[in-house]
Design a binder for this molecule. Structure first.
Ligand code: AMP
Length: 468
């Protein structure tokens, strides 16, 4: 099928040609016609499948057809996304596709001053792309109302729930008018997501599923390095220095502090790199992303939340510097490479206390990750001697693993030997730095506390951990 065969208005066809699309991707082929018939849609798809155009093009077409005019401080289509990077990216797509029309777009997200966002909403917009917190904030300030909404898109629903946005989503949904077209996208459909979808979509939505989880994984060559936590930095450095074909490398770190530490190690070794995470300003994050896209830097170090959904073509290698304790996150991470039909390589580091995470990942993906070239271990400097500080850091790691263990399965009786029960923590030991988006345990200094919503998976886990 060609785009030119789809019943899309001339200005949209022109924009499609301008961005260089010829053939719709499978999700576009399966969705666009149904959406043009004003049906609700449940899309099970990851980023990289072309899902943004799959919903943006029909929404733009219907907005053009309806002939309605936007009222001040309202929007006609709302796209809800979990992160600012994603929101910016999706608004960018809308802008490109709407470039030959009079349709207006705006993007609102937290972490920046809201003055210009409010200004953009004064006259109303056709398409509003938003993250949930800032949207509710601006609704509360009466800067925007959803009463005239015609289209509601919830994108990356599984990630929204992981990040604890469920209550915000419910609040937004409660504000939507009854008569609207709904689109719901998620990369995975566990039970809680299915339930959420049922509260948003009208009965019998069109269900479109593309690229099931196993498909990208099969295209990704994987390697595993079993390595002590303290030697991960040296291993990453060695692999990057040895393999010049690693040109566009995304490194995942579990924590913001970890991401900064990795960039320091790499910078010292002369590797051009930058980090993106929640503590970086929006401008710094955009700058880092831009430099990575244009290959001014070779390595982008990111936390899961910051990297979520970022659209970078041709990522040659993904490193799991730390393994995630949610196995689905691993699938999301390595799906950053091998996009658009290309092959990719994912390299995972596993320290002894991450073995359990590794087993969960291998179980989910049904792939046994082969070990990488063992000769590289010989080239690494011996591990540094433990200092009181590093002992403390490692103790934190073990304690966190212990907590994760408890959270994952209360029924499991035996603890790994090297894991200290929480009660035996050294008196001055502090819990580890919280993962991005995770609420720290009670008693953490205020700077570590993050907004988190009751009922979120992350919060539930933390509550359980705290009560243990
Ligand atoms: P998405 O899954 O929406 O994040 O899209 C992933 C990438 O695919 C983006 O860079 C889009 O510009 C690109 N893309 C989307 N649809 C098409 C298409 N039909 N042909 C070529 N590239 C596309």
């Amino acid at each position: 099928m060609l785009f030119s065969e789809l019943p899309l208005a001339n200005p949209l066809q022109r924009a499609i040609r301008a961005v260089g699309y010829e053939h719709p991707t499978p999700i576009q082929e399966k969705s666009i016609l149904s959406l043009l018939e004003k049906k609700d849609l449940l899309g099970i798809a990851q980023t990289g499948t072309g899902k943004t155009a799959a919903f943006a093009l029909p929404i733009l077409q219907l907005l053009l057809e309806s002939g309605k005019v936007r009222a001040p401080k309202t929007c006609r289509a709302l796209i809800l996304l979990p992160t600012r990077e994603l929101a910016i990216q999706v608004e960018d797509c809308f802008r490109q596709y709407a470039q030959f029309t009079a349709i207006s777009t705006a993007c609102i997200f937290g972490g920046v001053n809201d003055a210009s966002q409010k200004r953009n909403l004064i006259r109303g917009v056709d398409v509003l792309v938003a993250t949930p917190g800032r949207l509710l904030d601006l609704i509360g300030q009466k800067a925007v109302s959803l009463k005239a909404l015609e289209f509601f898109v919830l994108d990356e629903a599984d990630r929204m729930l992981d990040m604890g946005f469920i209550h915000d989503i419910r609040k937004v949904v409660a504000l939507l008018p009854q008569n609207r077209q709904n689109l719901f996208f998620s990369a995975t459909m566990p039970e809680d997501i299915t339930k959420l979808a049922a509260t948003i979509l009208r009965p019998n939505p069109v269900r479109v599923e593309v690229a099931p989880q196993s498909t990208p994984i099969e295209r990704i060559r994987q390697e595993l390095y079993r390595i002590d936590k303290r030697r991960k930095g040296a291993l990453l450095k060695e692999l990057l220095l040895e393999h010049t074909e690693m040109k566009k490398v995304l490194v995942f770190s579990r924590t913001k502090h970890g991401a900064d530490k990795i960039t320091r190690v790499l910078e010292k070794a002369g590797v051009k790199c930058a980090a993106i995470h929640g503590n970086k300003s929006q401008n710094r994050r955009q700058e880092a992303l831009g430099n990575f896209k244009s290959e001014k830097i070779r390595v982008l170090v990111a936390t899961d939340i910051a990297a979520r959904g970022i659209d970078v073509d041709d990522v040659s290698h993904v490193f799991n510097y730390d393994l995630p304790d949610v196995p689905e996150t691993f699938v999301h991470r390595i799906g950053r490479t091998a996009r658009a039909g290309k092959d990719g390589i994912a390299i995972s580091f596993c320290s002894p206390d991450e073995e359990q995470d590794l087993r969960a990942i291998e179980k989910l993906t049904r792939v046994k990750i082969p070990e990488g070239d063992k000769a590289v271990y010989e080239k690494l400097p011996p591990p540094q001697k433990e200092t009181p500080e590093s002992e403390m850091r490692n103790a934190r790691g073990r304690m966190s693993r212990n907590d994760a263990e408890k959270r994952a399965s209360k029924s499991r009786e035996k603890r790994p030997r090297d894991v200290q029960p929480r009660d035996n923590q050294p008196r001055d030991a502090q819990p580890r730095e919280p993962r991005e988006g995770e609420k720290p345990a009670e008693g953490l200094p205020h700077k570590h506390r993050r907004r988190n919503r009751p009922g979120s998976r992350a919060r539930r886990r933390m509550r359980e951990a705290a009560s243990n």
